[in-house]
Design a protein around this ligand. Structure first.
Ligand code: G
Ligand code: G
Ligand code: MN
Ligand code: NA
Length: 253
């Protein structure tokens, strides 16, 4: 209850910040985009990680205004970087909760965020978890179609950890598979993890989906993934989630 009151205050006082983790092309090493990850800058507790407040925000519905702020902030920041940047424009990936997807207003919120930011819709990726897709109401499918009609792309986050990963690929208009860190963790040392990881990459290619490996921490993992022709990756080996200022320094040294 105390945390809930705290969180309500945080929404009113804008106590949130975004971190941005680079997403890298595994063969060229170039940054192609960033994933936006929220942090709560609590006045007494310091930085509160999303795991410690997103579930409460979902239960209470506060994820709706928080998620709208994330969309507006992330698209605006990346549009600014793209305006200064000479290379290909970066993409920004934003995590979306099931509760947000239940709101009919989400489509308008996303459209409005893109327009206010001046970000091309194809530079935005919405990340959906498999648990979100378990609940496959007709409305969910319709909403995803309406979001895609804006021109953005959809990613399945933590791919391979849900109950029926393959069924989601048939049912939902997905563009990107994010290979869960648990596969990447063992890709060097465990033949089963390696076979599954490389199988997912090939599946992605057969379906003309882009694949992003998550949680790359060592050069050996990069070698294995790049060797298997995984297109993109993210993880501490390249960079942890960074402040906007740190990303600016990286992009515009
Ligand atoms: O570093 P990390 O602790 O940032 O993120 C932990 C989890 O929190 C991830 O699974 C991520 O999907 C989730 N998360 C991070 N930022 C957001 C956000 O803006 N919205 C939602 N719904 N989830 C987020
Ligand atoms: O949305 P998702 O669950 O995929 O969020 C990614 C989470 O993984 C975030 O909490 C992020 O901080 C974390 N993360 C990103 N790269 C690494 C990594 O290389 N190692 C570990 N342990 N965590 C990572
Ligand atoms: Mn994610
Ligand atoms: Na993930």
């Amino acid at each position: 209850i105390a945390l809930e009151a705290d969180l309500r205050r945080a929404v009113v006082r804008h106590e949130f910040e975004l971190r941005y983790q680079p997403i890298v092309h595994l063969h060229t090493g170039e940054i192609t985009g960033v994933e936006a990850l929220i942090r709560w800058m609590h006045p007494d507790k310091g930085i509160v990680p999303p795991m410690d407040f997103i579930p409460l925000a979902e239960e209470t519905g506060m994820i709706v205004p928080i998620g709208e702020w994330v969309l507006r902030e992330a698209t605006a920041r990346v549009a600014q970087w793209n305006a200064r940047r000479e290379g290909p424009p970066l993409t920004v990936s934003v995590n979306i909760s099931a509760v947000q997807l239940e709101q009919a207003a989400l489509v308008h919120v996303v459209d409005s965020a893109l327009k206010s930011a001046g970000l091309a819709p194809d530079r935005l990726v919405l990340e959906l978890t498999e648990s979100l897709l378990v609940d496959h109401r007709a409305a969910t499918l319709e909403r995803l179609g309406a979001l895609k009609a804006l021109g953005l792309r959809l990613a399945i986050d933590d791919f391979g950890t849900g109950y029926s990963s393959l069924a989601y690929l048939r049912r939902f208009p997905v563009d990107i598979i994010k290979i869960d860190k648990s596969f990447v963790d063992d890709v060097v040392d465990e033949p089963t993890a390696a076979a599954l990881t490389h199988g997912i990459i090939q599946l992605g290619r057969a379906l003309e989906l882009s694949t992003i490996a998550e949680g790359i921490e060592h050069a050996g993992q990069l070698t294995s993934l790049a060797g298997g022709n995984c297109e993109l990756g993210q993880g501490y080996y390249f960079a942890e989630p960074l402040t906007g200022a740190a990303i600016s320094d990286l992009l515009f040294p």
